[in-house]
Design a protein. Structure first.
Length: 367
């Protein structure tokens, strides 16, 4: 065999071997890509009425985002309060694994976890923007995870209402004495402040508030803001609508995940679930900011609601009481002390920037 023919034969044999080897390597990859991916059917229970504007639709948005972003590998079905479990049974339902997700407000679980209210809203505390900053960049979320860990839950910010309204009243509030004996629906730390001021805080889910106001079981109520309050028709049961919402300056809603169900997911789906909640957290705040003024105008012009401002003297006294209550609540257990120390330090730091930036601009804009 000539040298040239010999080299050609070797080259041909090598190429054939390489092609055969490539074929062997590619076959398993092709088979793997054709294998059907595992799908997960999840339930989300909520403390809100089904499809309720802002809160209920915010829960729907998380479910929609998870389903779409996962390409249908996770299918989430949302249940409003009372459809699968009662509003105040959401925490236990997700903790036990009867549902994989729960959308609520953390302050509802203050009786189970003393520190829970700090992850929702603190009277005269952080605004929505500041709360998100503390959660994502100030250590707040890690502390929240620590608080829920014993219950097999992973908490996440799942929306924010922004600064809320002060509530609906059938009498004018001219001094703190006007709060004495007042039966008012107000949850969390705000409720503790009202109690210290001589009022009677009542904890009721949203769907029960209007009939309670109509029947006189409640003298006053707060809920969220104009967008939601218009939908509930509170203007039919109360005359005065007070601002500001000193008790909830930037309320974080939560979307909790059953830890065992989350750990069953592959890494890409875990990332999708948590990032879907981040998107929905920002989206809810944007929606409330857009809708609230429209609804407030309707309440004032169409339904003759009287918008009132709490007098400065009332706010100053409530602030003093709030500071006392929060410091006392922070001593309830070691984790509450730890959480409040973190949030308080962050507030003192971030307020300086808020004053220099947001507050300074708002004052300039009002000139």
């Amino acid at each position: 065999m000539k040298r040239r023919d010999f080299i050609g034969a070797i080259a041909g044999a090598t190429a054939a071997t390489a092609l055969t080897a490539c074929g062997k390597d590619e076959a398993p990859a092709q088979t793997a890509s054709n294998e059907p991916q595992k799908t997960y059917d999840w339930k989300m229970v909520t403390t809100w009425p089904k499809n309720f504007p802002g809160l209920g639709t915010g829960a729907n948005n998380i479910a929609k985002l998870i389903t779409e972003m996962s390409g249908g590998r996770i299918n989430v079905k949302v249940y409003g309060a009372g459809e699968l479990v009662g509003a105040f049974e959401v925490f236990d339902a997700v903790s036990s694994g009867n549902a994989q997700l729960g959308h609520a407000g953390a302050y509802y679980w203050k009786g189970k976890i003393p520190s829970a209210a700090f992850f929702s809203s603190v009277p005269f505390g952080l605004t929505a923007q500041e709360m998100n900053a503390w959660m994502y960049y100030g250590g707040g979320l890690a502390l929240w995870e620590e608080a829920y860990k014993p219950f097999g839950l992973i908490p996440n910010p799942g929306g924010n209402s922004g600064t809320q309204m002060g509530g609906w009243f059938n009498k004018e509030i001219n001094s703190v004495d006007d709060l004495k004996g007042l039966k008012m629906r107000i949850p969390g730390l705000g409720g503790e402040v009202l109690k210290r001021a001589g009022g009677i805080p009542v904890s009721l889910p949203g769907g029960e508030l209007f009939p309670a106001m109509q029947s006189g079981a409640l003298d006053a109520t707060e809920w969220v803001g104009p967008y939601n309050d218009l939908a509930f028709g509170f203007y039919k049961a109360a005359k005065y609508y007070y601002t500001p919402g000193w008790h909830e300056p930037g309320t974080t809603m939560e979307c909790m995940i059953n830890e065992a169900a989350f750990n069953e997911l592959p890494a890409d789906l875990q990332s999708i679930v948590r990032n879907a909640m981040k998107v929905a957290n920002a989206d809810m705040l944007a929606e409330y900011t857009a809708r609230n003024q429209q609804a407030l105008q309707t309440l004032i012009t169409k339904h003759n609601v009287e918008l009132r401002h709490f007098p400065d003297t009332v706010l100053k006294e409530l602030k003093t009481i709030s500071e006392q209550v929060v410091e006392e609540e922070a001593k309830n257990d070691a984790l509450s002390t730890k959480v409040w120390a973190s949030q308080k330090a962050f507030k003192e730091q971030v307020m300086q920037w808020t004053d220099v930036s947001e507050l300074a601009y708002l004052k300039a804009r009002a000139l």
